[in-house]
Design a protein. Sequence first.
Length: 103
Amino acid sequence: MWILRRRSRFRVSGYSMTPLLQPGEEILVDPQAYRHHSPKLGDIVVARHPERHDLQLVKWIGAVRRDGQCFLIGNNLTESTDSRTFGWVSSDCLLGRVTSRFQ
């Protein structure tokens, strides 16, 4: 799918998703995942930081409100800056759903 340009490739930096995703690992993201479907609880996503638009985050969706806002949370709570810090995030900030990773 990456070769067909249906997936985007990202490199994980930071420890917020350890032990699931390690710094330096590469993941594939479906940027069209939420074009026709709403985000779901438990999805792993790449999102724009709501306050620093130059920063991209990899997080779990911990909750979804009916109004299209998501509560993003890291796997490693002691190392993660997530919705516990910056609050709920509009689904417009979601860049895509993580579909796979490279080992």
